[in-house]
Design a protein around this ligand. Sequence first.
Ligand SMILES: Nc1ncnc2c1ncn2[C@@H]1O[C@H](COP(=O)(O)OP(=O)(O)OP(=O)(O)O)[C@@H](O)[C@H]1O
Ligand SMILES: [Mg+2]
Length: 279
Amino acid sequence: MISLENVSKKFGTGVFGLSDVSFAVEKGEFVFLIGPTGSGKTTILRMLIRETLPTAGSIVVNSWDIVKLPSSKVPDLRKKVGVIFQDLKLLNDRTILENTMLPLQVVGVKGKEAQGKAEEVLKSVGILEHKDKFPIQLSGGELQRAAIARALILNPEILLADEPTGNLDDETAYGIVKLLSDINDLGTTIIMATHNIGIVKKLNKRVIELNKGTLVNDKKDHKPKEHEEKEEAKEKTEKEEKVEAKEEPKEEKVEEKHEEKEEKKDGKLKVDDFEEALK
Ligand SMILES: Nc1ncnc2c1ncn2[C@@H]1O[C@H](COP(=O)(O)OP(=O)(O)OP(=O)(O)O)[C@@H](O)[C@H]1O
Ligand SMILES: [Mg+2]
């Protein structure tokens, strides 16, 4: 679904934003992009929506060759790829509802229909009550949710989130990542750039690590040691409890749940579905 092959980016200033980076992301994956400041995370995300082009290498997003893509096709790409920008890019002179509706207006959905859709998405990210406020009247976590709502309004197949937990306290940050994880469970491919290692450790997701523009680590089944130990301890306690209570294993139930999730993954994200996941 997304692939970068030997991608380099040299800026006009002579700075190398990226050097020979290659990786691929499958449909439905959740990937953390980590690395110190200036390591190239935002540069990668900007390339995926063709906001900037690589100096060398090739990039494919949803079967579009980003380098060869004519400008006339860029709006099609941007409809499929929702972005939560590092600086949010919410318009301060518009309400949260108006900000959320903007992408709909661009594609010709107007009036009551646009308003209805925007309200549904705002409800599903938990900030419908703030719809008539201006960005300056919202907290950091609420603003992130507004940016997520706007990024989701066109039901994108891919969601790029650039440092969506920056400047948030741990609990609020976890709420935002949980929301993204729920959206991912419904089939949307997510790449999230972050400095928040605590959050990365909490979620058992793939982690791609950059340093000075180079890919230094790509852990497909990332499971920090700490997490593994906790899981092992939990399993052990559960086993002991089962022996004591002579309980039957509950494997059947787990499988059923898994199947349900798989079914949903086939379809595109629907607001109703993801409202369901947030319950
Ligand atoms: N438009 C630009 N012109 C010149 N240099 C740039 C430009 N954009 C980014 N860079 C440089 O490219 C490098 C990578 O920047 P990038 O914004 O991708 O880093 P980042 O990993 O997102 O950092 P942060 O964690 O601080 O957001 C940095 O050295 C940065 O100064
Ligand atoms: Mg950045």
